[in-house]
Design a protein around this ligand. Structure first.
Ligand SMILES: Nc1ncnc2c1ncn2[C@@H]1O[C@H](COP(=O)(O)OP(=O)(O)O)[C@@H](O)[C@H]1O
Ligand SMILES: [Mg+2]
Length: 262
């Protein structure tokens, strides 16, 4: 199983859109995907859940021995895509956990307890902070995908993010690496968007070949309760997330792939 944290401490960078639509595109290709919503604003859960979530992933942290990722996971309307949903309960978790020694490894232990072979991919939609919930994601994951809004402002904070990933790698998770910086919301009609992509490519060789274009269908689909692949399967947004899924899948079996992280 590949475990991928979708992280950027900047809000509105495209994390939830990427976690949901990449997850759906991987599921479309026959992969079994578990999406874990770690955001106290639970937007991925609002988007995808069809079944009651209850307290959801909060219980994984509040009562680690009393529940499991498998018990919290629910199928979504997309075959192959399951969701471990979040709830407003998660708002208090950040503060409570920061006072608890060793809280960084709680999610990692739950991931390790998943039955072998249950999923091919575990995607974690992170909150827009570098707090203890995001550190849990970075400790549980082997790979980090960083969606970046294609705007000069979008580049801010990337150095701090890379520093946090490096600290977690040194102290808690030697296998961790930034697998991809994903340019999101690219408006190719202006000079500005492509300039930002060029800057990203120059600064970060791990920038993905796929840039996700600004696409109104992507903005619409959360309120329709469907990932882009179901809501507008022929849209540019669906095309881009399928291309991103193909790029991610091309690394299966390689470094950070099944062999290294199963
Ligand atoms: N490629 C895109 N085209 C159009 N709208 C997008 C695109 N990517 C994200 N959005 C919209 O931008 C907003 C922020 O995206 P979101 O994925 O929720 O970011 P984050 O999870 O990082 O806060 C949402 O309203 C989302 O629908
Ligand atoms: Mg989000």
């Amino acid at each position: 199983m590949r475990t991928i944290a979708v992280l950027n401490q900047k809000g509105g960078s495209g994390k939830t859109t990427t976690a949901v639509c990449l997850g759906a595109a991987l599921a479309e290709r026959g992969r079994r995907v578990l999406l874990v919503d770690l955001d106290p604003q639970y937007s991925a859960t609002t988007w995808l859940s069809t079944l009651p979530v209850g307290r959801g992933v909060f219980d994984l942290f509040a009562d680690p021995r009393g529940t499991s990722l498998q018990a919290v996971a629910r199928p979504t309307a997309t075959p192959g895509l399951d969701l471990a949903g979040a709830s407003a309960w998660l708002v208090g978790a950040e503060k409570a956990l920061s006072a608890e020694p060793g809280a960084e490894t709680i999610l990692k232990e739950h991931v390790a307890a998943l039955p072998a072979g249950a999923y091919d991919y575990l995607l974690i939609d992170c909150p827009p902070t570098l707090g203890v919930l995001s550190v849990n994601a970075l400790t549980a994951a082997a790979e980090v995908l960083v969606p970046v809004e294609c705007h000069v402002m979008g580049l801010q904070g990337l150095a701090q993010l890379a520093q946090t990933v490096e600290l977690v790698r040194r102290r808690l998770n030697p296998a961790l690496r930034i697998a991809g910086i994903v340019p999101c919301r690219l408006d190719a009609r202006t000079n500005h968007g492509p300039e930002v992509v060029a800057k990203l490519r120059a600064r970060f060789p791990e920038t993905t070949a796929t840039a996700v274009r600004e696409n109104v269908r992507l903005a619409e689909c959360p309120s329709m309760g469907e990932p882009i692949t179901a809501y507008a399967p022929a849209s540019a947004g669906a095309e881009d997330y399928r291309a991103l899924a193909a790029e991610v899948m091309a690394r299966e079996g390689g470094e950070g792939g099944r062999a290294a992280n199963s």
